[in-house]
Design a protein around this ligand. Sequence first.
Ligand SMILES: Cc1cc2nc3c(=O)[nH]c(=O)nc-3n(C[C@H](O)[C@H](O)[C@H](O)COP(=O)(O)O)c2cc1C
Length: 194
Amino acid sequence: MANILLINGSTHANGFNAQLLEKIKELLGEYPHSVSELFWQDIPIFNQSQDYPPPIAVEKVRRAIIASDALFFITPEYNGFCPGGLKNLIDWLSRSINPKNSRGESFIHNRITAVTSAAAGGGTAVRHTMEQLLTFVRTRVVSDNACGVAIKKDDWAKGTLTITDDEIAGLKRFVGEFVEKVSADEALRLNPMI
Ligand SMILES: Cc1cc2nc3c(=O)[nH]c(=O)nc-3n(C[C@H](O)[C@H](O)[C@H](O)COP(=O)(O)O)c2cc1C
């Protein structure tokens, strides 16, 4: 059983991405992996003079990432990019585990990652820029069948994310693709002779 963490890039309580996260959790629930949400919203702004040892909130998040196999990001799009808070989280995670070797493996290194988004236009821009960032920090990004969910005109007033049947079918394919990679990676870890 692999350990999958869901990461909401938003700080908006019950926001559109929080609702999408619940849908992703439901879809991942069809598979035999452990799924939980990473709460990171209390971490401070990255400060290189506090990197080792880091503030307690960062230490907790780093430990959770170390214990994970795969990360599924569900994020809003802010001006075409991810929110600054999420970029800040990834900066903390991109640091070397070993403070004596700044080029060593980072906390997030080699994790299998995927990105979806609830955004006005389906989050095409943020998915693209997030995938670039996650590749830069040396994670293994699953981008085949990647998709997002458009926030519809009537959703704004109600604060409720409508997910169409087509969008659900797309998310199912994407989650299936992600799980396939996670399961194959787990099989390889358990039996490196495969
Ligand atoms: C600073 C800021 C920039 C935004 N930029 C975009 C954008 O580039 N594209 C987009 O689709 N929505 C944009 N939005 C609207 C968000 O999609 C909207 O705030 C949405 O509620 C965020 O998701 P959440 O409810 O999960 O936080 C922006 C919102 C803010 C606050």
